[in-house]
Design a protein around this ligand. Sequence first.
Ligand code: SF4
Ligand code: F3S
Ligand code: FES
Length: 245
Amino acid sequence: IEVRQVTLRIYRGDNDQGEMKEYTVPVQSGMVVLDAVHQVQAMHAPDLAVRWNCKAGKCGSCGGEVNGKPKLMCMDRLDNYPDGEPIEVRPMKSFPVIKDLACDVTWNYEVNKKIPAYKPRPDGKRQFSQQEADRVQEFRKCIECFLCQNVCHVLREHNKHDKFGGPRFLVRAAALEMHPLDVEDRSKLIKDELGIGYCNITKCCTEVCPESITITDNAIIPLKERVVDRYYDPIQMLLRVISPK
Ligand code: SF4
Ligand code: F3S
Ligand code: FES
């Protein structure tokens, strides 16, 4: 097995202050960025904070920014980076840093709490087509890594955390809204509290999703259409006046 040296430049600090520190560690081919970070912990910095759990791309804990790109560190092979150049590892930018590579993602759970749960049809109907099932199944693949939240410019550059729920929660809202047996109407929440109008369809969220969920085309755009139909379509508006839901 070939062993080579890799230099990592890792953010060390908290939300108020910190610096990039360099560490060189031995790695083997096939290793991922998280392995190298663990080597740094083992050999140089036992107090380095990093969150991880499954090491299989399924728990969503190890999100970070590697050479400026949002990544699951446990799925990011060191072989993908040029030999001899330091690899920069930072925490996700859109959330407060607790320590080193660990962020405080509490805000996401607060947004989640606003979304009303699944409400089944009162008539007890239980059948739906495979096509209807497949449509929502895609959204259920989400591992809550929050890389889409991290990369969306509305949160990342404009800090609209109080006005925009972010792509992850538009995916969750879509999973419920498009569920064939759900009868809850979340369009007001999607418009006002999740602030879907702030999304200008840049699709960066879709590009980074490790579960390859087609966030923008399959979740956000259909939800935008629903909001438009419900709030801005004159016929729908008239129908609501005649027979409010
Ligand atoms: Fe992560 Fe994709 Fe879920 Fe966003 S939608 S939290 S990128 S798995
Ligand atoms: Fe943001 Fe995705 Fe929309 S990156 S602007 S939520 S398409
Ligand atoms: Fe679970 Fe990376 S450690 S997704």
